[in-house]
Design a protein around this ligand. Sequence first.
Ligand code: AKB
Length: 316
Amino acid sequence: MAKTILILGACGQIGTELTLALRDLHGSESVVASDIREGDAGLMDSGPFEILDATNADAMEEVVVHYGVDEIYLMAAMLSATAEKFPDRAWNLNMNTLFNVLKLAKEKKISRVFWPSSIAVFGSTTPKENTPQATVMEPSTVYGISKQSGERWCAYYHRKFGVDVRSLRYPGLISWKTQPGGGTTDYAVEIFHEALRSGSYTCFLGPNTRLPMMYMDDAIRATIELMRADGDSLGVRSSYNLNAMSFSPAELAGAIRREIPSFEIAYEPDFRQDIADSWPSSIDDSQARSDWGWRPEYDLEKTTSAMLRELRALQG
Ligand code: AKB
């Protein structure tokens, strides 16, 4: 029998594309999307959808039992910039949803869990270049603290109860289908929309702030490859470092200017600059490469061309 997958937070930036990719792979009826609000037509019309608050453990269990769910992808989260404004809500959402899912797995009501972590688990005392898989981790943001705690809980549930939980430390994600919301790396998506709309962009990070980034197609492929990997080969049950490229706002503006020579960028750093300054500039993902064969496909040039091409096509 085909397995049934539940996506929590299916209407967000990653959730939308992940749901569509998993429906392509496993068939529409096998992938149940859920969120606290409805998503775009592409998501709503392509398979089953449930309004579900992932902090509500009973409601989650009802959906799991009703559909006979085997695997959960928990994509609901409050990102770094918003979490600084609403620390209590961020902690509640980011932690309690994870506990709800891990508990279902511990009780053998589901068999596998995906939970996203982030480069935000690192802090200013972490080596900034080529940040290793295992290193000093002293996150300074509410979001980073919740992700680091979540990683420890994932490793604990795996070791103590045999829960098959798998996780990636996503860098900033660049996508054209759905906008991000409330992150520090969101500028790298906004800039493309503004380049095409107005020909200029004012960036909330300074010109030389280099951060790890990834095109969404790579992130979705990484997620699916990790979830299909042989569990015995996975040496990391907290969360894997994942790398594709690193660039600064000035470098991204330069790549856009190669296609739109008149594009202009200005800089007005705000509170998100401090968050970005505490994160790594580049990531060592050698363990993901050796354990389950991870290889990125999109660099800065390829990402820039794909984003401009797809957004232009959307505009018609
Ligand atoms: C954010 O900026 O908060 C996220 C992340 C790096 O996890 N995109």
